[in-house]
Design a protein around this ligand. Structure first.
Ligand code: SF4
Ligand code: SF4
Length: 92
């Protein structure tokens, strides 16, 4: 009967996980109606990839298009219905 199979260990292994560029998943993108937005930041709190910044100084909402995956959660959670999803045109 054969003994246990020997495995050759090649040395220390390291795996580096980098953040996926989830922006490439996007089919639609959020668009903010600046007349309705009150800069409350609720959309930012719910975004699963933390890609929304509320720029209160300039009174605008900024998205990191490298990570926004177009899931629509921000639009769903906005109490003022200030976000709608528009078709992605592929020009990040
Ligand atoms: S949740 Fe709506 S109103 Fe609040 S900052 Fe976001 S877009 Fe503006
Ligand atoms: S669509 Fe999704 S990923 Fe993009 S900003 Fe809104 S909540 Fe974040």
């Amino acid at each position: 009967m054969k003994g246990p199979m020997k495995r050759r260990i090649l040395g220390p292994c390291a795996t580096v996980f980098t953040a996926a560029n989830t922006g490439s998943w996007r089919l639609e993108r959020p668009d903010v109606d600046t007349d309705k937005c009150v800069h409350c930041g609720i959309c930012s709190q719910y975004c699963p990839v933390d890609c929304i910044r509320v720029n209160k100084a300039e009174a605008k909402i900024e998205f990191d298009w490298n990570y926004c995956k177009g899931c629509g959660i921000c639009a769903n959670e906005c109490p003022k219905h200030a976000i709608r999803l528009i078709e992605e045109r592929g020009n990040n």
